[in-house]
Design a binder for this molecule. Structure first.
Ligand SMILES: [Zn+2]
Ligand SMILES: [Zn+2]
Length: 346
């Protein structure tokens, strides 16, 4: 089944991190981290509706200004999510410009920024026409791991440690419903708009024992009724949607590893930082980053189908292949021997 989104790293492995995730056939994209985003076209940036920031070190957040610049003057809502401290950082950035003329704008561009804390998500609204002064009241909601729930996908997060709180993200596509056309005609039904309603009933988790009515287009033919789960069994092949995970800037400790493995479990594609090689493990620890070997170990423990490393320290320019080799060895070793991989244990 064809996936509904295709993630791609914005820059090369030595440049600022960031994952751009456009949805096919839709003018819609989400983005994980917004460091240097100049290699994204204006057209691509304007597709973004949801921005997820792991943490606000410059290399992950400096692109905020470019996004804001392009959205100014548009009738659009933009949703930004990040770790504790995000609201202060956003307000600091917004306070860095003069906004005396925006009251004349006819559009109502609005930024919603949400700060993820262990127990709650705190959201503030910043209306452009109101000079981006925060709306008086912040909205507080309980945090249960899910940041965004849309009809076709959801985004969840865990709070990791990078000497400051740092979020790891997973985007999951909803399952796919493939219609077996032959079986539709075997039931004496025709292909028609009712199939859309049928898929929607499954996506909405409608009670499987409830009745589903198939309205036929032919005149004089009355509607046919089925039990939803029976109809699904006869005419649909249900396959899981893809899961993509993004982890940037974390220290290797037991607490982080367990959370990352849980987040990335069975992902189709894990994008994970590896700033250092294992020979510089102490340096990685001092800077609260991973080594390639540690990243490979996490990918193996999580049994991900595919992983991509990024965020290499410039000290290793020209040595990209060593990162791949080191991570691949750790990954394969864990897959083969289980998580008994002593050397990589925290
Ligand atoms: Zn970084
Ligand atoms: Zn960082």
């Amino acid at each position: 089944m064809r996936p509904s989104f295709y993630p791609r790293l914005i820059n090369g492995a030595f440049d600022d991190p960031g994952l751009f995730i456009p949805f096919i056939f839709e003018k819609h994209a989400v983005i994980f981290d917004i460091g240097d985003i100049y290699s994204l076209s204006t057209r691509d940036i304007l597709k973004i509706r949801h921005v997820f920031v792991t943490h606000t070190h410059m290399d992950h957040f400096v692109g905020f200004d470019r996004i804001l610049r392009l959205f100014l003057g548009r009738e659009q809502n933009l949703f930004l999510y990040g770790p504790e401290g995000l609201l202060k950082n956003v307000e600091g950035k917004l306070a860095g410009y003069s906004w005396n003329l925006v009251k004349n704008f006819s559009n109502r561009f609005t930024l919603y920024a949400s700060e993820v804390r262990p127990e709650h998500i705190i959201t503030k609204k910043y209306l452009c026409q109101n000079r981006f002064l925060p709306a008086q009241e912040a909205i507080q909601q309980p945090f249960n791991g899910i940041l965004l729930q849309e009809p076709g996908f959801d985004v969840s997060a865990v709070i990791l440690d990078h000497s400051i709180p740092c979020l790891g993200f997973a985007i999951r596509e909803q399952f796919h419903v493939n219609i077996i056309k032959n079986n539709v005609s075997c039931l004496g039904l025709e292909i028609g708009p009712w199939l859309k309603e049928f898929k929607q009933a499954l996506f909405n988790n409608q009670d499987p024992d409830s009745e589903f009515e198939v309205k036929l287009r032919k005149e004089n033919s009355s509607a046919k009724r089925f039990v939803l789960k029976d109809l699904a069994k006869r005419i649909a092949l249900i396959t899981p949607g893809q899961k993509v995970v993004y982890i940037a800037d974390v220290v290797y400790n037991k607490f982080n590893v367990e959370k990352m493995v849980e987040l990335a479990r069975a992902a189709d594609h894990l994008f994970i930082e590896a700033a250092f090689l294992e020979k510089d493990r102490d340096l990685a620890e001092n800077k609260y980053h991973l080594t390639a070997r540690q990243a490979g170990y996490i990918a193996g423990r999580a049994r991900v189908k595919q992983f991509t490393l990024f965020h290499f320290s410039p000290r290793y320019t020209g040595q990209e292949l060593l990162f791949e080799k080191e991570a691949r060895q750790a990954y394969e070793s864990v897959i083969k021997n289980g998580s008994k991989e002593k050397e990589v244990k925290p």
